[in-house]
Design a protein around this ligand. Structure first.
Ligand code: SAH
Length: 251
């Protein structure tokens, strides 16, 4: 299974280098109907249910809230227009600026592993398209997400706002430093691969909180790590090999 995941992530990674542009018309979506999340004329409703059944439940994700969020967030509105048809495929997709939206299974897995609860405040590093933030926002109370590429962050903020995800706040910054103002966080989800776990993020994680982060060199296989804070100590666990775009640093 891991081989499959790595190969599809690699495939997406290659695509990502083509630098596709962001969607133009999708922001014009009616925010009213978007809030409902399940429009009767959603042509991708069936594809999305199949994605959850076969790619996500089929691989062992079984948290009801996570599955429900994956069933309702319309992934096809988070990818560039020319990728709409591929939105529910079992692989990452390019979102422009050399970045990718993660494979649906990875999004669901990373969400499940931090055990999100309705009252939680969650920090995401690497907003990208805003998809992971949207999935989290369906489950928790507040989502704070940081993106280093202004064009991506601004487009994601606009998209999330138009689609009615009003418990998500986007900031353009280097996520290495976290978001002190809203800390501590019940969970932190990092969606770019860092060479090491940024100490400010550990500091901003609540006692008993969970952080998921890919750790390793860019352009090589990395380790998806679970970081837990217990009795003031930080424990890390290696979960699986993955391939993510690099964690960048501001100059
Ligand atoms: N979670 C995104 C996928 C993100 S791809 C989604 O659901 O679509 C990883 C993202 O992390 C990219 O957009 C990249 O620009 C961003 N990134 C990389 N380094 C970062 C940093 N130091 N701070 C904030 N964002 C960063």
């Amino acid at each position: 299974m891991f081989k499959l995941i790595i190969s599809v992530i690699l495939l997406g990674f290659t695509f990502a280098c083509n630098g596709n542009s962001l969607p133009k018309n999708q922001e014009e979506d009616n925010p009213q109907s978007a809030q409902v999340q399940e429009t009767p004329d959603d042509p991708y409703q069936e594809d999305r249910q199949n994605m959850v059944t076969y790619q996500i439940e089929g691989r062992g994700v079984n948290d009801d809230d996570v599955l429900q969020a994956m069933r309702t967030v319309r992934r096809h509105l988070f990818v560039p227009e020319n990728e709409t048809e591929n939105a529910y495929n079992d692989n990452p997709l390019p979102i422009g600026h050399g970045q990718t939206i993660s494979q649906p299974y990875i999004v669901a897995y990373m969400t499940e592993i931090v055990e999100p609860e309705p009252d939680d405040r969650v920090l995401e590093i690497g907003t990208g398209s805003g998809y992971q933030a949207a999935v989290l926002s369906k489950i928790v109370k507040e989502v704070y997400t940081i993106e280093i590429i202004p064009e991506l962050g601004n487009a994601a903020a606009k998209r999330l706002n138009n689609l009615g995800y009003d418990n998500v706040e986007v900031k353009i910054a280097d996520g290495y430093y976290g978001w002190e103002e809203h800390a501590p966080f019940d969970a932190i989800v990092v969606t770019a691969a860092a060479e090491f776990i940024p100490p400010p993020l550990i500091k901003q994680l609540k006692e008993d909180g969970k952080m998921i982060i890919p750790v390793g060199s860019p352009f090589r296989t990395q380790s998806l790590m679970l970081v837990e804070k217990e009795d003031g100590e930080t424990k890390t666990k290696n979960l699986m090999p993955v391939r993510f775009v690099p964690f960048r640093r501001s100059e």
